[in-house]
Design a protein around this ligand. Structure first.
Ligand code: PXP
Length: 238
């Protein structure tokens, strides 16, 4: 059964809606760890629309489970990661105008450039994951450039409009997870997962970790963060 990594970006989104200092994502990290999360994820975006440099620095001191920094493969982010030293990073594509990360990173086409980023980060003892669409060539390319892990993008599966489409996407995710494990990669998955679609993905035996944010923070508005996290852990662990 996979571990739950909680993405707390949207605690900062609520804070930024008013440009104030609350709610503080640092508090969210503490509550998430006490509720049983195996790690904390934040995405420091180029435009700093939610998580700020200050959050990342304090989170590095506070988080005692595992801190996963989602980031674009830019010089600025590589500098920050190698200074702050999260336990792992996940390389994601990033477009300024997008609402959230849209699709996986095209590791296959960007092999040469991404390999250099992976080397610069790994030399500091940080593990590297690639957020990719569930395609065999992307899994293999991730292995080729020295990544430790992949995170399979589940967004298309979650957004599928028909059962046939959902089934096809599920098969792709299953296959990518198998290929990843066979190549010796850690296999994570995430994006768009919520309380009603997570179980089937959680049952894929090769998946080590699930990365879940929006649905947990959304439920927390009504039931509290502790309960929202415990509910999700119960779903993915039983
Ligand atoms: N994985 C990656 C790479 C992401 O960019 C995000 C969104 O920040 C997530 C997982 C979590 O997605 P969601 O907020 O839909 O659970």
């Amino acid at each position: 059964m996979p571990e739950l990594m909680v993405n707390i970006d949207h605690v900062a989104t609520i804070r930024e809606a008013r440009g104030t200092y609350f709610p503080d994502p640092v508090y969210a990290a503490g509550i998430a760890e006490m509720a049983g999360a195996s790690g904390i994820i934040v995405h420091l975006r180029e435009d700093r629309r939610h998580i700020k440099d200050r959050d990342l620095k304090i989170l590095r001191e506070v988080v005692k489970t595992k801190l996963n920094l989602e980031m674009a493969a830019t010089d600025e982010m590589v500098r920050i990661a190698t200074e702050v030293l999260p336990d792992m990073i996940t390389l994601v594509p990033e477009k300024r105008e997008e609402l959230t990360t849209e699709g996986g990173l095209d590791v296959f086409s960007l092999k040469k450039r991404l390999k250099k980023v992976v080397e610069k980060v790994k030399v500091k003892g940080i593990k590297v994951s690639m957020f990719i669409d569930p395609h065999e060539k992307q899994v293999k390319a991730s292995k080729d450039i020295g990544a430790d892990m992949i995170e399979i993008h589940t967004g298309t599966y979650c957004d599928a409009k028909t059962e046939a489409e959902r089934e096809e996407e599920f098969r792709k995710i299953e296959k990518a997870a198998k290929v990843g494990k066979e190549l010796g990669l850690g296999v994570n998955a995430g994006h768009g997962l919520h309380y009603h679609n997570v179980r089937r993905i959680a049952l894929i035996p090769e998946i080590d970790e699930l990365s879940i944010g929006h649905s947990i923070i959304a439920r927390a508005v009504f039931v509290g963060l502790d309960r929202a996290i415990r509910d999700m852990i119960e779903l993915i662990k039983t």
